[in-house]
Write a protein that binds this ligand. Structure first.
Ligand code: FMN
Length: 210
């Protein structure tokens, strides 16, 4: 039996796990993840989040191809992506990039790609696409924490979904759906570990900012 983590242990150890085994994940665990996601709050309690668990080899291959195109554009010379950040040195960033590249090359082999969608109730286009995004991300985070608690690796990704029309065509989504996040899920090849974040005194104040 999987040892269950406390909610705080899950929160502090929920790193983006990109290197995943191709070993199948039992369906009951995948359903458990989506059920946890489905417990999240939404604006006006609209409950417009929709979840697609992709296991079909052909659909995974098509999503992997969309991801490849966008990852290659993202890491290209003109992308403006910083090589280092004040809180993440170049070496650590390179390690992250290596994992992104691994994921690019292996996405089609990952056992399940879970797509978090939002049903807008009407055709969605352009800048309107990301309104109400606050009603999908709590569910995505629930899913990531549930995966961590069950010993499954997962990561939130958006690059594969940059071309919404292409994603909608691959997934046969209705035109009123937006595909907001693709979460590859599987057993991790590497080790889980703690997340590293900025210290609280840098990101928080009491009462007024200055
Ligand atoms: C909105 C959003 C979009 C993201 N898109 C991608 C993505 O397309 N590909 C990817 O590999 N990781 C993606 N990530 C994962 C981030 O890179 C990751 O959460 C961040 O680097 C922190 O990693 P850590 O939790 O392992 O410290 C995304 C995360 C968020 C919140």
């Amino acid at each position: 039996m999987t040892e269950e983590l406390s909610v705080f242990d899950a929160i502090y150890n929920c790193r983006a796990m990109r290197r995943l085994d191709s070993r199948e994940v039992p369906e009951e665990l995948l359903l458990k993840l989506v059920d946890a996601a489905n417990q999240a709050p939404s604006g006006s309690n609209m409950q417009a989040a929709r979840w697609l668990i992709v296991r079909d080899a052909e659909v995974k291959q098509q999503l992997a191809e969309l991801n490849r195109i966008n990852v290659e554009a993202y890491v290209g010379p003109q992308n403006g992506r910083p090589a280092a950040l004040p809180h993440q040195d170049a070496e650590k960033r390179q390690r992250m990039l290596n994992a992104v590249m691994w994921q690019k090359d292996h996405m089609h082999e990952i056992p399940a790609l879970i797509i978090a969608c939002l049903d807008y109730g009407e055709k969605v286009e352009g800048i309107h696409l990301y309104r109400n995004a606050g009603s999908i991300w709590p569910g995505i985070q629930n899913l990531l924490l549930a995966a961590r608690a069950l010993g499954l690796g997962a990561a939130p990704t958006t690059l594969a979904l940059r071309d919404q029309d292409a994603a909608r065509a691959v997934l046969k989504l209705p035109e009123n759906f937006a595909a907001m996040c693709l979460i590859p899920v599987g057993y991790p090849l590497g080790k889980f570990g703690p997340v590293t974040r900025k210290p609280l005194d840098e990101v928080m104040r009491f009462d007024r900012w200055s």
